[in-house]
Design a protein around this ligand. Structure first.
Ligand code: COA
Length: 330
């Protein structure tokens, strides 16, 4: 039997027009452009004013389908990753299914926080390899402004909104497609990135249910997250490379989740991969959680940086804590 692989056949992305610069943040909190650029590499980020998360997802999905050149009815699964859904019911993926007329597609949302695109791609690959789907649309759509406290300088400088998407298709050519993956979690670090969805209620029947707005904002232990990523992201890459039976020198691009610049140094030093091979756009979009990797992939694709046959390692990390990596031959 010919082994089936999940080939990346299309990418798409969407970012809202409104640009929030470091200078604008100086007006909101006690910070400055120099500090933000030096510590994070971020110069600006986009904010989806008056837009739903699903709207970003629909646009990114539409563009990925067009890029893939497939008919809407060929999509048989939508996996949408988000930690900022507009509603818990309906799911974002069901809305996308309707808006894009994907009438043959099953639709499911997943939340693996910033590792969401890696998990969703791994799931798409599993569905394809199991013969349960032939053409899968993966979308990561996030409006992090909803969970960002614009009075907390430790977090509000980091996050932005955006969406990215990818279409994977079953192929039998044996060489190209998702080659390996490694997904993991360590819930012992749950408190390092924390935001409430539904609050704990001792007595729901008699509660006045006036929840504090502040509870929905993301709280972060930044240095603990840095330590975690420095230790676990290399491990995830190691394992994905080992499973793909390739060595770091064979890698053409590393596409990391765009959370902080320090991870670049860690990856570059640990694997002796030149920094030019690690894709970065954090300066323009900040941390867009699960959307950041597909945003990068789409930008690389549009700029002609992805050449057929190249080996790409995508690696994500974030809330949960979750982390993972997958190797893709484009
Ligand atoms: N502007 C100016 N000063 C700031 C600031 C800001 N935006 N944010 C924090 N500071 C201050 C702190 O208050 C602290 O001041 P103090 O020394 O007087 O107490 C000082 O800068 C150092 O704070 P610290 O938190 O130790 O900074 P840091 O070097 O760890 O950098 C991050 C902060 C957020 C950039 C860094 O922790 C980071 O990149 N964390 C990981 C983020 C991440 O990956 N998150 C998401 C994962 S999905």
């Amino acid at each position: 039997m010919v082994p089936i692989k999940s080939l990346l056949i299309g990418t798409g992305s969407y970012v809202p027009d409104f640009v929030l610069t470091n200078q604008m943040l100086e007006e909101l909190v006690d910070t400055n452009d120099e500090w933000i650029v030096k510590r994070t590499g971020i110069r600006e980020r986009r904010i989806a004013k008056g837009m739903h998360t699903w709207e970003l997802g629909v646009e990114a999905g539409r563009r990925a389908i067009e890029d893939a050149g497939v008919a809407p009815e060929e999509i048989d699964y939508i996996i949408l990753s988000t930690c900022t859904p507009d509603t818990l019911s309906p799911t974002m993926s069901a809305i996308v299914q309707d808006k894009l007329g994907l009438k043959n597609a099953a639709a499911v949302d997943i939340n693996a926080c910033c590792t969401g695109f890696c998990y969703a791609s791994d799931m798409a690959d599993s569905f394809i390899k199991a013969g349960k789907a032939k053409t899968v649309l993966v979308i990561s759509a996030e409006t992090l402004h909803h969970i960002t406290d614009y009075t907390d300088r430790g977090t509000c400088v980091l996050f932005g909104d955006g969406a990215g998407a990818a279409v994977y298709r079953a192929v039998e050519d044996g060489e190209r497609g998702i080659i390996s993956s490694f997904m993991a979690a360590d819930g012992s670090g749950a408190d390092y990135l924390y935001m409430e969805a539904l609050p704990l209620e001792e007595d729901p029947l008699h509660s006045d249910r006036t929840y504090s707005e502040k509870n929905r904002f993301l709280k972060m232990n930044g240095s603990a997250v840095v330590r975690f990523t420095a230790a676990e992201v290399p491990r995830a890459i190691d394992e994905a490379l080992r499973r793909a039976n390739i060595t770091p020198d064979q890698v053409d691009w590393v596409v990391p989740h765009q959370a902080n610049l320090r991870i670049l140094d860690v990856i570059s030093k640990r694997f002796s991969i030149p920094k030019e091979k690690i894709y970065v756009n954090i300066d323009r979009f900040g941390n867009t959680s699960s959307a950041s990797i597909p945003l990068c992939l789409d930008e690389m694709h549009k700029n002609g940086l992805l050449k057929e046959g190249q080996l790409i390692v995508c690696t994500g990390f974030g809330g949960g804590l979750t982390y993972g990596a997958f190797v893709l031959r484009v």
